[in-house]
Design a protein around this ligand. Structure first.
Ligand code: AP5
Length: 212
């Protein structure tokens, strides 16, 4: 299975990609997680991308394409659920070319849609574990003890780019840069438009019915 998840910030791409990984055994590749991990580790990549992460702007295409091609070239051989890439038409064309060189193609693009006020509600309540990266929501998926990770006991924090001002900027960037990516894939008959409202399980059932 080779699937791309597309949708605005907070639509549930990461949540649903993880569920697809669990159900179908296909690796979930999140470019946001890769970049935040590099930043935490203080690598050269992390230093280079930290201002884009903080401001909610896009990391330059050439850098992102290099990161993703290296990750996809890893010999896991059972496909992928790509979350957060491609985000521009240039990235989409690079992915098309990369797959074509390998004699592969995408099976589908899951486009998750959600009203703007619900996106803001989901992002403002999101908390992540500073130690292991596990994700929670203060209302929709609260930890057993407030502020403490159920998985490892680490401290739960708000992502820096989930502040209100930055969220607004990320939504604008999504509409401007990633909207045309949906058109790119729609012209190839790959887009599966999915209603992102409802519980995690309800959304997952919609997605899973389309990717089987
Ligand atoms: P990235 O990490 O990809 O962020 P994003 O696309 O803005 O998406 P999010 O992670 O915010 O949201 P999501 O859709 O995954 O929702 P989630 O499942 O977490 O990118 C971050 C930054 O990295 C970018 O701004 C950019 O700087 C850089 N970057 C990354 N890729 C790049 C690229 N290709 N090119 C250039 N730059 C790049 O859910 C959100 C919350 O809602 C959670 O709390 C969750 O628990 C809750 N929730 C989920 N589903 C439900 C539900 N059904 N009901 C109730 N709550 C729910």
């Amino acid at each position: 299975m080779r699937v791309v998840m597309i949708g605005p910030p907070g639509a549930g791409k990461g949540t649903q990609a993880k569920l697809l990984e669990e159900r179908f055994g296909v690796p979930h590749i999140s470019t946001g997680d890769i970049l935040r991990g590099a930043e935490r580790a203080g690598t050269a990549l992390g230093l280079e991308v930290q201002r884009y992460l903080r401001d909610g702007g896009l990391v330059p295409d050439a850098l992102m394409i290099d990161v993703v091609e290296k990750r996809l070239a890893a010999p896991e051989g059972c496909g992928f659920v790509l979350d957060g890439f491609p985000r521009t038409v240039t990235q989409a064309e690079a992915l098309d070319a990369f797959l074509a060189r390998r004699g592969e193609r995408l099976d589908g693009v899951v486009w998750i849609r959600l009203p703007r006020e619900e996106l803001v509600r989901r992002l403002s309540g999101r908390r992540v574990c500073a130690a292991c990266g596990a994700m929670f929501h203060v209302t929709f998926d609260p930890p057993a003890r407030p502020g403490v990770c159920d998985r490892c006991g680490g401290a739960l924090v708000q992502r820096e780019d989930d502040r209100e001002e930055t969220v607004r900027h990320r939504l604008d960037v999504y509409e401007r840069e990633t909207g045309p990516v949906i058109d790119h894939y729609r012209a190839r008959g790959l887009v599966r438009e999915t209603d992102g409202t409802g519980s995690r399980e309800e959304v997952f059932d919609r997605i899973a019915a389309g990717v089987r």
